[in-house]
Design a protein around this ligand. Structure first.
Ligand SMILES: NC(=O)c1ccc[n+]([C@@H]2O[C@H](COP(=O)([O-])OP(=O)(O)OC[C@H]3O[C@@H](n4cnc5c(N)ncnc54)[C@H](OP(=O)(O)O)[C@@H]3O)[C@@H](O)[C@H]2O)c1
Length: 346
């Protein structure tokens, strides 16, 4: 390939990223025609970007942009296990392409029906252990602890080059030490615990890495953080806290509370739809107030619960029923269960 064609290829590819990062769509009049020679020079999985290549006036700002985004260019994701959590992450990554432009998303799952659903819905590429691409930046283990996690890790050793591919596990309870036993200590391994609330732009992901990942070049660590930030706020913690976060954070507890709250309204005589509307607004509004004031609930409860009033009567009744202890016991049990599942995992 001549140097002119090479330049054009580089230019077109970079523009493609700019399109992704800014989320702008070129309209038909602005699309830059790309020569056949240029198209051949670009890896197949990047070609579709060129359909959106932007106008030539982009020349002026392009070099600076490419420099800024160097750390997250050429990112390919590979999911092993395409279940609910993988789907939530894929949705969020697509939505936040400005934080982490993705060239390609591959998904491997033992269910063909599931793969074809993901392909149709998110245009991901179905993959199998036999046709693994060789340019994967992040391989995500997204199977359940009850599945063959060790088997999945073993297949990663054989398929993904440890110099290029970071391994991220979302498997609840499965420790970095367990993963290192199969993947080896030299492999960059990060354990995360994401949250389905990421689909609505809420939620934290607990994140903990092994030494190899902590020692990785800046560009790799920045790239991983950029990816993590597409599906929740990354919270880097010691690994011992990952199980605690797993048991503590799912929205289930909130759903249980809202369920009981709506029923309480109905029990007291409100129609269910009114009870639900009030309950949801009260939960959102109460949370917003706590965030704005930056205080713990006790501060607002002290204001609301006037002597001999309605609020303190409600508080007394909740205390008698063991409300706080019920929530705390549920969280402790969930944390214990997480750790147990990880220990039992194969
Ligand atoms: N859901 C959450 O809110 C959440 C939050 C944080 C962490 N996690 C963790 O994320 C992981 C996945 O959870 P999930 O809710 O997404 O589970 P899920 O919906 O059951 O997804 C797991 C998927 O992996 C497939 N699978 C099983 N073994 C496989 C293998 N060897 N190779 C390829 N695919 C395989 C399963 O197929 P079959 O169903 O056909 O077996 C299923 O489609 C779990 O470890 C969980 O602890 C989940």
């Amino acid at each position: 390939m001549g140097s002119k064609a090479r330049d054009t290829a580089h230019f077109a590819r970079a523009i493609g990223y700019w399109y992704d990062a800014k989320g702008h769509k070129a309209n038909a009049a602005e699309v830059v025609p790309v020569t056949v020679e240029t198209r051949r020079s670009i890896p197949r999985n990047r070609r579709f970007r060129l359909h959106y290549a932007y106008a030539t006036s982009a020349h002026a700002w392009l070099p600076q942009y490419v420099k800024e985004r160097e750390d997250v260019l050429a990112s390919n994701l590979y999911f092993i296990g395409g279940g609910n959590m993988a789907e939530a992450i894929i949705t969020a990554v697509r939505k936040h392409d400005d934080r982490y432009p993705v060239d390609h998303i591959y998904v491997e799952d033992i269910s063909e029906a599931r793969l074809s659903y993901l392909e149709k819905t998110y245009q991901v590429t179905p993959a199998t252990p036999r046709d693994t691409p060789d340019n994967v930046d992040i391989a995500v283990i997204a199977v359940r602890p009850q599945d063959d996690v060790t088997g999945v890790a073993t297949s990663i050793v054989n398929r993904f080059d440890q110099r290029t591919t970071s391994v991220v596990s979302i498997v609840a309870g499965y420790t970095i030490a367990q993963l290192e036993r199969t993947l080896g200590g030299e492999r960059r391994i990060t354990r995360i615990i994401p949250n389905t609330l990421t689909t609505v732009d809420y939620g934290y992901s607990g994140v903990s890495s092994n030494q190899a990942a902590a020692d990785a070049p800046d560009s790799v660590r920045k790239g991983l953080d950029a990816w993590l930030s597409t599906f929740g706020k990354p919270l880097h913690v010691e690994e011992r806290l990952i199980d605690v976060i797993t048991g503590f954070y799912p929205p289930n507890l909130v759903y249980h509370f809202i369920d009981a709250y709506v029923d309480a309204g109905v029990l007291a005589g409100l129609p269910r739809d009114i009870s639900k509307a009030i309950a949801l607004d009260t939960v959102i509004g109460g949370t917003e107030l706590l965030k704005q004031r930056d205080v713990l609930p006790q501060v607002l409860l002290n204001i609301n619960n006037s002597p001999g009033g309605v609020g303190i009567t409600e508080a007394y009744t909740l205390n008698k029923t063991g409300f706080a202890a019920a929530i705390q016991s549920a969280v402790l049990a969930a944390v214990e269960r997480t750790t147990k599942l990880g220990k039992e995992a194969q």
